[in-house]
Design a protein around this ligand. Structure first.
Ligand SMILES: [Zn+2]
Length: 91
């Protein structure tokens, strides 16, 4: 159970490992921005990606092609669903 005032989230191992890798690689840069923990990093990375006019749109960046969109397309399950709906990655 998380400490009082904290919430826990569950992500798949693939997702966890992917973010953890990025976090480890950027640790020094993130520390300069005041992000000193993996949990802090993850909280800053939660973005809402919606489908608008048949394209993915990131609500956090207000962009159609950002890290989050790329990440969504990197998840095989999600990619399959998007592909079936005719939604393609812009890049
Ligand atoms: Zn984004």
């Amino acid at each position: 159970m998380p400490k009082a005032g904290f919430k826990s989230i569950t992500v798949s191992e693939v997702v966890y490992n992917k973010f953890h890798d990025v976090y480890k690689k950027n640790r020094q840069e993130l520390a300069m921005k005041g992000i000193n923990s993996f949990a802090g990093y993850i909280k800053n990375r939660i973005a809402e990606v919606a489908i608008q006019n048949g394209e993915l749109y990131c609500m956090l960046c207000e962009e159609k092609d950002c890290f989050h969109i790329g990440f969504v397309f990197s998840l095989p399950d999600v990619y399959e669903v998007l592909n079936a709906r005719g939604i393609k990655h812009q890049r």
